[in-house]
Design a protein. Sequence first.
Length: 245
Amino acid sequence: MATGDDLMQPTADELRRNLILGALAPVERNRLARHLRAVDLKLGSVLYEAGGSIDQVYFPLIGVVSLVADLGGDTFVEVATIGHEGMVGLPVFLGAGPPAERASVQVAGRALTMSAEHFRHDVAVLDGGLQLAMQRFTQVMFVQLARNAACDRTHNIRQRCARWLLMTADRMRRESFDLTQEFLAQMLGVRRASVSEVAGELQAEGCISYRRGTIAIEDREALSSRSCDCYAAVRDAVRAAYDGL
C-alpha cells in the first residue's frame, strides 16, 4: 500500500493513460484529478484483502493487479486481472459488500489512486461520464470472468500461458517485463515444473526469451498463434467498451 510520502499529483499525460479516465470529457477528468495521486505499484503489494474494507481505489497506468481467490490449504488462484483498462476496487462502484478476493500487484507498475469516499462522491456528481465509463468496465470484467472460467476448463497450459503473456505485454505497453516462473505458475494454478516446460518450448520456438526473471516477447504473431481465442475476445471487449465514449 502506498504511503503519503509516495503520492504525487498526476500529470495530464498520466490521466489519459488509464482508459476509464481517458474516456472522460476533459472538464470531468480535470475535476476528478483533484482527488487523484500518482503512486508506484510495488510487486506483491496487497491493495485490499478478501473480506476487508476497500479504502482506496486504483486506476492502473501500467502494471497488472491480480484478483486472487483463496481456496484454502495455501492454494490461491487468479480469477481476473486488471490493467490500464480498468479500476481496482469495483465493489465500491457497485455498492457491494466486502470483496471476496484479494487484490495484489502481479507485475509492478504505476497507478492513480483516490479514496473510496471521494470516488463515490465523484461518480454521483461528474455528469454521468464516470458512471458510464465504469459501467463499460464492469461489462469488460464480466467478459473476462466468463472467459477465464471457460479457458481454465477447456484450454491447455500452453494456450493459457501464451494468452497471459500477451495480455501482460499489452498492459505494460512493452514486450518485456519482470516475471518469475513461480509467480506465473501460481497465477495459472499449475505446478512450476509445468510452466517451466511450456516456457522452454515457447523460447525454443522463438516466441519468447526468458532470462533472470525477465520475459520478452520476441515474436508476437507466433505467440498469438499459440494462444487460445480468449485473448482476442477479451482484447476486443476492451476496445468495444470504450469505443465512442
